[in-house]
Design a protein around this ligand. Structure first.
Ligand code: ADP
Ligand code: MG
Length: 247
């Protein structure tokens, strides 16, 4: 089943054409890595998928339901119903600094889903345990390391039971020694068949965990394939150039 289908998506900021006829699909259980230089449009693409940016034309179909079709957005209620099924993890964690770890995890289920406290508490503990941070449940975000903050952000996204998780450079703001703990949580999610789209500069993650890799360059998808296609037999000279600059 297709979780995301994007067809000829375009987006400009003024006369900066940031996404140029982007088309791809993500099936249930896929781990899709998006790689490419800074400024190639990766974040804008993710932001369009969860309606943090409005695209100009094309189709965005989520689990068979159009967010946008032929450049026309569906109703605000429909949009909310669609994006509630998706979780996003940002480079800078975006935890609420004045709330404890538990309160960060329970806020959206409480406000958006009116979830029962007991069930919410149990799931909160289970997800914190999953990311190895149950002992930090009452901590304030400011007392956590970057790697811990990002693991809390992942647990928080899981609290909404998303059908897909989007990650925008989840380890780019971390000290190198803290990236491993975050990547290992993501790898475990992949093992459990969580559908994920991951913008990353961690080529080892893209190579070893993803089953699909997209290389973006100047707002276009220049190449798409399996990790083997992209990392061992890249077709496009630009892909080769990018990989040799980063590996
Ligand atoms: P990437 O994530 O691949 O580094 P971005 O999607 O952040 O790329 O940016 C792509 C282009 O869009 C860049 O030229 C950037 O300056 C521009 N851009 C991104 N967000 C905005 C915005 N809110 N307003 C104007 N220009 C933007
Ligand atoms: Mg970006």
């Amino acid at each position: 089943m297709e979780i995301i289908k994007v067809n000829k998506l375009n987006k400009s900021f003024g006369d900066n054409h940031v996404l140029n006829d982007i088309s791809f699909s993500v099936n249930k259980g896929d781990v899709m890595a998006i790689i490419g230089s800074s400024g190639s449009g990766k974040s804008t693409l993710l932001r369009c998928l969860i309606d943090l940016e409005k695209a100009d034309s094309g189709d965005i179909i989520m689990e068979g339901k159009p967010l946008m079709e032929s450049g026309v957005y569906t109703s605000p209620q429909e949009i909310r119903a669609i994006i509630i099924r998706m979780g996003m993890v940002f480079q800078h964690f975006n935890l609420f600094p004045h709330l404890t770890v538990r309160q960060n995890l329970e806020l959206a289920p409480k406000v958006v889903k009116k979830e029962e406290p007991l069930e919410m508490n149990q799931r909160c503990e289970a997800y914190l345990n999953k990311v190895g941070l149950l002992d930090r449940i009452d901590a304030m975000p400011s007392t956590l390391s970057g790697g811990e903050k990002q693991r809390v952000a992942i647990a928080r996204a899981l609290m909404m039971n998303p059908d897909i998780l989007l990650f925008d450079e989840p380890t780019s703001a971390l000290d190198p020694e803290l990236t491993g703990e975050v990547l290992s949580v993501m790898k475990n999610l992949a093992t459990e068949h969580m559908t994920m789209v991951v913008v990353t500069h961690e080529m080892s993650f893209a190579r070893d965990v993803a089953n699909k890799v997209i290389f973006m360059d100047s707002g276009k998808i220049l190449e798409v394939g399996s990790p083997k296609d992209i990392f061992i037999n890249p077709k496009e000279p630009r892909t080769r150039e990018f990989l040799s600059s980063i590996l």
